[in-house]
Design a protein around this ligand. Sequence first.
Ligand SMILES: Cc1cc2nc3c(=O)[nH]c(=O)nc-3n(C[C@H](O)[C@H](O)[C@H](O)COP(=O)(O)O)c2cc1C
Length: 190
Amino acid sequence: MATCDPHPHPASRLKLAGTPPGAGPFSPVTRQDYRDAMARLGAAVNIVTTDGPGGRHGFTASAVCSVTDTPPTLLVCLNKGSSAAATFHANGVLCVNTLAPEHEELSRLFGGGTPPAERFKAGHWRRAATGAPMLVGAPAAFDCRITRAVEVGTHDVLFCEVVNLASDGAQDGLIYFGRRYHAVGSGGEA
Ligand SMILES: Cc1cc2nc3c(=O)[nH]c(=O)nc-3n(C[C@H](O)[C@H](O)[C@H](O)COP(=O)(O)O)c2cc1C
């Protein structure tokens, strides 16, 4: 199960506190300014799923990235206030399903406001090795166990060791940029 590690790694060479001499003072960055700037940072869209003792759930996520290939590890940022949060912590496993352009509607469905059972009525799912739902037709799927969770503000950063991979051969991907979906790989729009 995921645990919260509030202590920085002992080998960290980062100075985590304080402002360098000569820097600042900094004027506060508002939540809205931050969100507007993040809208200009394009990111791949994924559906992150889980299943296990806590039940089945899934949500759309763009805050997913690689941490290291040794051991193969990625991270997922999960809103602590979302309907999915408790389920992911209870299960300790998840599957990151990357999306193709034809998954735009599925992404909207998993983007909140719908009960989990409704979400899984759309799309084709099979059971990954961890038990998490894997999307048939995903360009790539990363089946993971959650090894650590670190709380940062409104979100939990989930560090996930990849235990299994799948790819259904889809060539094109789906990204979110400027608060809209875009197809990548073929030069087309979603
Ligand atoms: C394009 C897109 C990207 C999103 N990325 C994330 C993300 O990285 N992490 C996250 O916790 N929620 C993300 N969300 C929001 C969740 O999908 C979901 O709406 C939120 O967790 C609330 O769901 P709930 O109604 O089940 O509580 C994203 C939504 C969209 C549409």
